[in-house]
Each structure stands twice: as C-alpha cells, then as structure tokens.
Design a protein around this ligand. Structure first.
Ligand code: FCB
Length: 461
C-alpha cells in the first residue's frame, strides 16, 4: 500500500469511528422495540432508493459482539454509537423496555472491557413514531421527552459512557426531514421547519442538563458544518451565500455556543418563550462536535432556474439562495466533491467566530462513500478512502497548528450501512458488509487506520 506517513497528532488525540442505530442495527421489531419515524418513512413508496429499509441493515443487533471485536482489532480509543430511543422507550415516554436498555448495557460493558470509550448519541434522527403522532419536533413537548429519556439513560450509563451528545446534525434533520421532506418524517414545511430546529435545540439543552444531573460528564453535540462559498464576487451572490451560511451553520451553532440566534429574522419565525429557551439551549458544553463532508457553493437565485442535481434534491422556488455544483474537484462515488481544505477552513471559522466561547472540538464524523467490493481474493482495496482520510487529517492538523483545539477524529463509518434515502449503495465503512450474507470484510482503509492508531498509541508510552 502506498500512502504517505500520516501527520503526527498529540498523544492525547482520540481516534474513533461512528455509526447510528437505525443505519446498522436492524431487528426493528425485536425485544419490544417500538417503531420510529424511519420505519414509517421507509415504507413510503419512492422514499428510499430501491425501496430499501433498515429492517435488517447490518444486522448489528445480532452481530454486535463480533463487530466490537473488529473495533478492538482496529485499536479504537472511542466508538460513537447512537441509542435507539424507541428500543428503550417504545412510545418515546413512559415505561422503559428493559430488554432494549439491556442491549446497550451489554454493548457498553463490552466496549469498556475492550478499552474503547463509548461515545453515545441520544438522538440520531429516529424519533419514536408515537411522538411523531403528537407532532414530533413541531411540538414543544418533544423537547421535554428528550430530556426525560436523557435522564433515564444518563442514570443507567453515567459510570461507563465517556462522551455524550444528545443530538446528531439538527441541521440535516431540520432541512431534509422537516423543510424538504426527503428524510423522515417526510415533512415539507419550508421555513416553518425552523420551529422543529428550535425544539431540537431546546431538547439538546434539556438533555444536557438532565445528563449532568444524572452524573454524566464530557457532554457535547455532533453538528454538521461546512464552509459556504459564494459562486462569484457579485454582491447578490455574496449576500445569498451569507444568508445560506446563517441558515445552515450559525442558526445551529450560535444558540448552543453563545445563547442567541444569529439574526432577528430567525427568532421572528419562531413561537414560544424563545429568550428563556435560549438560556437552556446554551447550557455549557465540554466540547463541540463537527461533522464535516463538503463545502456548499451558493449563488443568488435566478428566476425560472431550478436547483436539480446539486443537492440531489430539487429545492422549492422562491428561496433567497441557490446551491450551485462545485466543479473542478475529484468526487466520491456518491458524487460529493472532495475538498479536504474545507475542514481546516470551517475549524478556523469557528475559532474566529466564537473565540473563548468555543470549547475543544472533536470531528464527530468525516468520511466518504466509495463502492469498492471484495476482489477474487476477498480483499477490498479502497485507496481513495485512505487518501480521503489522510488529506482530511492533514487539513485538520493544519488548523490545530493555527491554534484550533481539536481533540479527536471519528471516521464515518465503522461499517457499511443504510445510508438513509440513498439506501445500501453508498458505502462509507472501513469494513465492507455484504448485505446478502452479512459477511464483514475489513477494507484496506481499516488496516491503514489500524496502523495509524497503533503508531500514535505507541508514542503514548
Ligand atoms: C451524516 C449523518 C450520518 C451519515 C453520513 C454520511 O449526515 O450524520 O448518519 O449518513 O452523513
């Protein structure tokens, strides 16, 4: 294999991988699990490419022990998993399903025995269907249900979980799930979806407080962020890019980090006791997690021109911005441009925007889909994934050299899995999964990451 020696990181730097419950577990009707909005959404004709679902996924619910063995081989410091809310509380509230909680209890024990820190996401987009029936995130009560669920799992796992994050990517859940309708729960509310964002953020704050009161520490968030580039220097494009930047980045980071919305226009779209909520939303965090994939390029909207093909979805007309395809870069097999410098750029932007209000950062997701499959010898050669992570780590390292305090990196993903509306074709894993047989095959990138972690661990002693 031909990669360059990886850049060096401080010995305390944490090496991880990440997954999410609905994307890997399967077993959706086992041991008392309740339904979630992703079970419902997958049943909608046309919602998921090829009509695929997470009913079996990577069958991790039955194969978790050998999957943890793979993590042990990889030498991970930390494994980011999400808990399925409806496995633990089948209707989102009320009676705990002991079998569901026990599943995570065994997994967390096993991870700890293997010397791997469990890093737990409470909510990776899989709202219990019973809560959706009561309005889901458009209903303020859902925020309080997240807080109660946090209290339950916090009390159970405070002694063993080393990192907590109530939410994953509220921006994607809001825009894709509630504004555009291409993810569960499939609502196309346009700008009204900001109310769902606000309630998620309120739920985040309530969950942070509940976790702390349950004795948990090291609490953060996994939020998606990326640079927004203007398509040209024209004032119209620059203004459009700035609006978009506020919608996707600062609308979500500012409330959490500095307790306010980035512009009055946002607060005016919301109802409820916003100022009081913001005090809860800004509950101090121990760290802030950034999921980074690709920058976005934005132009001023041109009447009559659609946006098809840029975000894999067609945006409704009348928006004050228009995404433009970024060309001139290599792309992943998913078609996403590969722009490693965007990672360093967003880190520097966070540092300059928030200064002392910015806690240490973790990269809670970074990864790429390439479709490499086992060859005749049963090996999966995925040099492009190795190059991808290598380049992103270099970019991240350069931001650290510029003074950004980054403390760890989680590869998305440990295993190939159910990539939401894109189904099983997109493969982000360090481990290949044959979804017919569930056979796991570590890819070359797995071996690359193992060697990188091992070299850094050796330097610790
Ligand atoms: C992120 C999600 C994660 C996965 C990656 C590719 O937006 O958090 O579940 O789908 O993208």
């Amino acid at each position: 294999m031909s990669w360059k020696p990886a850049p060096e990181f401080p010995s305390s730097f944490l090496w991880g991988t990440a997954t999410a419950a609905y994307q890997i577990e399967g077993a959706v009707a086992e041991d008392g699990r309740g339904r979630s909005i992703w079970d419902d959404f997958c049943e909608r004709p046309g919602a998921i490419i090829g009509g695929e679902t997470g009913v079996v996924a990577a069958d991790h619910y039955h194969r978790w022990e050998s999957d943890v063995d793979l993590m042990t081989t990889l030498g991970l410091d930390a494994y980011r998993l999400s808990l399925s809310w409806s496995r633990i509380l089948p209707t989102g509230t009320g009676q705990v399903n002991v079998k569901g909680l026990d599943f995570y209890d065994r997994m967390i024990d096993r991870l700890c025995d293997a010397g791997i820190t469990p890093a737990v996401t409470l909510y990776h987009w899989d709202l219990p269907s019973a809560l959706q029936e009561q309005g889901g995130w458009m209903n303020r009560d859902t925020a309080f249900r997240l807080g109660e669920y946090a209290q339950i799992v916090g009390e159970k796992f405070a002694d063993r979980v080393g990192m907590w994050m109530p939410l994953n990517e509220p921006v994607v859940h809001t825009l894709y799930g509630h504004a555009l309708g291409v993810h569960a729960p499939g609502l196309a509310l346009g700008f009204e979806a900001f109310q769902a964002a606000h309630h998620q953020l309120l739920g985040h704050g309530l969950a942070v407080n509940a976790l702390r009161s349950a004795g948990c520490s090291n609490i953060g968030i996994a939020s998606n962020h990326a640079p927004v580039r203007a398509a040209s220097e024209s004032p119209e494009d620059v203004v459009a890019a700035d609006i978009y930047d506020h919608v996707v980045n600062w609308m979500f980071a500012d409330p959490v980090l500095v307790g306010k919305y980035p512009a009055d226009e946002f607060a005016q779209l919301l109802s409820g006791p916003i100022d009081e909520d913001l005090k809860i939303i800004a509950a101090p965090l121990d760290w802030y997690g950034i999921n980074y994939y690709e920058p976005t390029m934005i132009a001023a909207p041109v009447e009559g021109e659609g946006t098809a093909g840029v975000l894999e979805i067609d945006l409704p007309p009348g928006l004050p911005f228009a995404p433009v395809a970024i060309t001139g870069y290599p792309t992943t097999d998913f078609g996403w441009p590969i722009i490693p410098e965007g990672l360093g750029e967003i880190l520097r932007t966070f540092q300059s925007r928030f200064g002392d209000a910015l806690p240490p950062i973790y990269i809670t997701e970074s990864g790429c889909s390439f479709h490499d499959a086992p060859n005749e010898a049963g090996e999966v050669h995925d040099p492009a994934r190795i190059d991808y992570h290598d380049a992103h780590l270099r970019s991240l390292r350069s931001a650290m050299d510029d003074g950004v305090d980054v403390q760890g990196y989680f590869v998305w993903s440990m295993l190939d899995n159910f990539e939401w509306a894109a189904g099983y074709k997109e493969r982000f894993g360090l481990v290949h999964v044959d979804f017919d047989t569930q056979k796991r095959t570590p890819k070359d990138s797995f071996e690359w990451y193992r060697a990188l972690i091992s070299a850094h661990k050796a330097a610790r002693v």
